[in-house]
Design a protein around this ligand. Sequence first.
Ligand code: AHR
Length: 351
Amino acid sequence: MKTKIKRLAALLLALTMLFTLVACSSGGDDTNSGDNTNSGDTIKVGFAQVGHESDWRTASTKSAQSTFSAENGYELSFVDCDNNTARQLEAVRNFIQQKMDYIIIDPIADTGWDTVLTECEDAKIPVVVIDRNITDSDKYVSWVGSDFKTEGLACGEWLAAYAKAKGISEVKPLVIEGSTGASATNGRTEGFKEIADREGWTIIDSQNGDFTEDGGQEVMESYCQSYKGQFNVVICQNDNEAYGAMTAMDNAGVTYGVDGDVIIVSFDSNKRAVELVKDGKLNATFECNPLAAPTVDEVIKKLEKGESVEKEIYMKESWLANEDIVPSITINGTTHEIIHVTDEVLANRAY
Ligand code: AHR
C-alpha cells in the first residue's frame, strides 16, 4: 500500500513539473515581435560565420565571441559554416526556427541570399551582415565591413609607385586569389586589375588559393614550375596564402621580399604578416580589419532602442610597407598614408 502511495506521489510530481515546463516555454520567447525591442534581458543572436580558413577569420571569431558575450547581455549561437554555402543557409534557417532576436551573417559567397533573407524578413528577424557583402539582396538592416575594391586599388597604386621608385621597368605579377564567389576576392581582384590595366601590366596568372596557407603553397608551387623566371611580383589575397607562397618559393629557390627577386604582398595585415613586413620578407600588406563585431554590437543596441541605423558602415583600414619610399598613395582623390613598419607599429597591432 505504502509503495502504491509513493508511486502516485512521484507521478503527481512529474506531471506538475511537466506542466510548469510547458507553461514556461510557451510564455516568453515564442512571441518574437520583430520590432527590435527585446522583452527579455538577454539578446539572442545567431552568427553564421564563414569558417576557420585563416588567421583573419580566427581574429574575427574571437572578436564576435567576446563582443556577443553573456556579460554584454547576449546569448550567442555561433555556427562555423566551414566554407560550405549550403551549411550557411541551413544555419540561418535554424536561427529562424530558434527565434533569434538578430541574425548575423558573414556571407561565404555574395549571391544566393534573397530567398533566405526573405524568410528572415517574414519571421521579422533583423539581419546584420558582417565583413563580406551580399550583392543579390538588400533585405538586411545593416552591413559592417571592408571596402575590398579599395584594398585592391591600394595594392595596385602602391605597386605602381614602388616599381617607379625602384626603377623596375616591367611589372610581371602573379595573383593568388581568395575563395571563388567571396566579395573579398571579387573586390581585391577588380581593384588590382583596374590599376594593372591602367599601367599596362599583364597579369601572368590568377588562381584560387582559397584564403588558406595550403592553398597558397599549392598555387605557388605550380606557378614556380610553370612560370620559372617569368614573374617578379606575387599578389596574395590574404596573409595565409602569402605564408604558403613563401614556403613554395623557399623550396623552389626563388628569393622574395625587400632583398629578393620577387616582390610579395598580402591583404589582411595580421600581426604575423606585419612582423614579416618589418623583417623585409613581405614587401607590403594591405589591411582588412577583422574587428567589426563591436560596431555590429552598436548597430544592435541602436535597433534595440528603436533608433535608425546606417545601411553600410565601412571599417577603418591602413596600408603598411617595409621601405619608406612610397609615403602615400591617392585613391579616388583621397590621399592615404603608407605606414612604414617599425617596432612600435608592430607592438601596437591589435590582432
Ligand atoms: O572576408 C575577409 C577575408 O576572408 C580575409 O581577407 C581572409 O583572410 C578571410 O578568410
